[in-house]
Design a protein around this ligand. Structure first.
Ligand code: VAH
Length: 317
């Protein structure tokens, strides 16, 4: 087991809760932190510290007390919630990141991970096979904060030599911790509703094609990026990363193969305009070339794995 002490913020969130468990399989000391208390395997499997990323002193004291060498900063407000609470989203997503960047440069931290998102792209970005470098005109506070965050990360690398690395995640699908406040959350909620009620009301139009990824691939890719030799990393803003693209109708059809009497209706809400501003697919050739990225799950394999694991979880309840 590797000995670097790692601190994960936002550890109780959709990505954090699975990333911590994966890191704890490789590292002896992985400290989970969040504002809310952990539960279940996340709580039982290791150290937890209650941290507010807006309080730099608390963050700094934790880093110095534990001799933290790597940080994964996952605490953030997502797209849909951000549009309803723009001031809160900007404050947490920007001041939280600045605190992390400054604590890194003022301490023993050698490596920082920053999660960006396909939300940094906007209405004038080429939507098919969106390039690594292209027009970026995000029109959500979440996307604007992630774009600004990418620029801050690149600046801290260029000007202060901080080894900060980042991924532009597509929509992420998982079963261990429900997503919260995202526009792509339909692709998580649909599985729970399909198994519980055999029906789902989707808040996006049936043909809304979006890049997506299964969480096991996202977690593996994140750790692979952080473990790659520094000289391999040519992108210090954020790497495009993608698994596969689908629309709600395609996901519903895949679920119906496993649950034949499943039905879906479509009632688009404010999140439709957010989804319409995002890519339909992303070019992640830089990640493939620089550090060997390769997704393992496709739509069919993800659907089967999600249903099998949610059914198994429900049996233990
Ligand atoms: C959201 N799940 O919907 C997040 C993600 C690209 C989407 O950033 O806000």
């Amino acid at each position: 087991m590797k000995s670097d002490t790692i601190l994960v913020t936002g550890a109780c969130g959709q990505i954090g809760s699975e990333l911590v468990l994966a890191l704890r399989k490789q590292y002896k000391n992985v400290i989970a932190s969040d504002l809310k208390e952990p539960t279940g395997e996340l709580k039982e499997s290791g150290e937890f510290v209650r941290l507010d990323v807006l309080h730099k002193n608390g963050l700094s004291e934790c880093v110095h007390q534990y001799g933290v060498k790597q940080m994964y900063h996952l605490a953030a407000i997502l797209s849909a919630t951000g549009e309803q609470n723009p001031e809160l989203a900007w404050r947490i997503n920007m001041k939280g990141l600045r605190n992390m960047l400054d604590v890194c440069t003022e301490s023993s931290v050698q490596k920082l991970f920053f999660p960006s998102s396909m939300a940094v792209f906007g209405p004038h970005t080429p939507k098919v096979n969106t390039p690594q470098y292209t027009v970026m005109d995000p029109n959500t506070i979440y996307g604007i904060s992630k774009q600004a965050g990418e620029r801050w990360c690149d600046w801290y690398f260029q000007k202060k030599g901080l080894d900060v690395r980042s991924i532009r995640y597509p929509g992420l699908i998982s079963y261990k911790t429900k997503a919260g406040g995202g526009t792509t959350d339909y692709a998580v909620d649909i599985f729970f509703e399909a198994l519980e009620k055999k029906k789902y009301t989707c808040f996006l139009k049936e043909d809304t094609l979006l890049p997506m990824m299964y969480m096991p691939d996202a977690v593996r890719g994140t750790i692979e990026l952080m473990e790659a030799p520094a000289e391999k990393i040519t992108v210090r803003s954020s790497y495009n990363l993608s698994g596969f693209s689908f629309a709600p109708a395609e996901l519903a059809a895949e679920i119906k193969k496993q649950i034949p009497d499943f039905t879906i209706i479509y009632q688009p809400d404010f999140r439709q305009s957010i989804a319409d501003s995002w890519p339909k697919s992303m070019d992640d050739s830089y990640a493939k070339t620089d550090w060997g990225w390769k997704p393992e799950f496709d739509l069919s394999a993800m659907t089967k794995d999600m249903i099998a694991n949610i059914e198994a979880m429900q049996e233990t309840v």
